[in-house]
Design a binder for this molecule. Structure first.
Ligand code: DGY
Length: 330
């Protein structure tokens, strides 16, 4: 009998084919059943491949009576109650590294789109408003010499910072752990969080979501930002107070914002959709074919490793440290 593996949503067919060869694969999406129902019907399932939009809480983990692994198809895993999974001895893995450059590219795309008003320009042309070149038409902000404030100098934060150097930006950063080797190597400057927020022309978030980082960007913090600054979030929506951000943008107390993530995905604060000074994309950080396939392959590899009794290659930090918590950039 092949071990049962549950995949919550359909993904790259190459990965599905591999899973079908070795396992009895049950795909929840399209089955008209919820994940909880599928788990109740299949208490012998040994692996669960989850997506960032699946809430894997205590209830779900308890239903997976024989689960050995939850393999998350994302680098972020705030959708999983990892502490409880550890308690129940269920391994948790993620998909780091393969999406670092892709997400940093998306970060740059948002910075460029906001600073050079690309979406506004596109809309302008499509509406037939382009009547000729204008000296004052849709003027944006210069990137050369701008100060980029990276919050969370982990893998993705670093990849975004390196891209910014090529554009001639000065990089300042805040992280729980100071990275002096990066300061020496690339000239990045470490700052306290409030100093960074006040000095940056562009603030970009690259930290994981956790109870400690929830609404890190709240009224007090947004109010510290320069009134012509740009706010970028391609990390997690609950790091920011989205309602207050929308109010700030509406009052033009920021130059603009670029968002890939939202507090209550897939819902987006209505006011944001009415504003021209914000660029909104639907959580596309890792969305290239190559990267998504690599992420899917990692989930397959981790499931195979776990179900053959080996330690999976991408155990999340909390599992490796068994309870000792530590926050750093994604
Ligand atoms: C992740 O993997 O956590 C990203 O947010 C996906 O785009």
């Amino acid at each position: 009998m092949k071990p049962k593996v549950i995949l919550t949503q359909t993904y790259q067919k190459e990965a599905i084919e591999q899973l079908q060869k070795e396992f009895n694969l049950i795909i929840v999406e399209g089955s008209s059943k919820s994940l909880a129902e599928v788990l109740k019907e299949n208490p012998d399932a040994e692996a669960l491949i989850s997506f960032l939009s699946d809430k894997i809480d205590k209830h779900i983990i308890d239903l997976g009576k024989n689960l050995k692994i939850i393999a998350n198809y994302a680098v972020g895993y705030n959708n999983i109650d990892v502490g409880y999974a550890i308690k129940k001895g269920v391994l948790v893995t993620n998909t780091p590294d393969v999406l670092t450059d892709t997400t940093a590219d998306l970060t740059m795309a948002l910075i460029l789109a906001v600073s050079r008003r690309i979406v506004e320009g596109d809309d302008f042309v499509r509406k037939g408003q382009f009547k000729g070149w204008g000296a004052n038409l849709l003027l944006g902000k210069e990137l050369k010499g701008a100060v980029l404030g990276i919050v969370g100098m982990g893998r993705i934060g670093l990849a975004a910072a390196l891209r910014a150097l090529v554009f001639g930006m000065r990089v300042i950063y805040y992280d729980q752990t100071r990275k002096e080797h990066l300061e020496k190597k690339y000239g990045f400057e470490y700052m306290s969080f409030p100093d960074l927020v006040q000095q940056a022309d562009i603030v970009s978030l690259h930290i994981p979501s956790s109870p400690e980082t929830h609404h890190l960007f709240n009224k007090d913090v947004f109010d510290l930002m320069k009134s012509d600054a740009i706010f970028i979030n391609a990390s997690r929506g609950d790091l920011m107070d989205e309602t207050y951000l929308a109010e700030t943008l509406e009052k033009n107390e920021l130059f603009g914002a670029g968002l890939d993530v939202y507090e209550c995905e897939p819902q987006v604060t209505e006011k944001l959709k009415q504003l021209k000074n914000v660029v909104l994309v639907p959580h596309l950080g890792s969305a290239t074919y190559t990267t998504r396939l690599a992420m899917a392959q990692i989930t397959v590899d981790n499931v195979k490793q776990a179900l053959s009794g080996r330690t999976p290659q991408n155990l999340v930090e909390e599992w490796k440290n068994r309870g000792e918590s530590g926050e750093s950039g994604k």
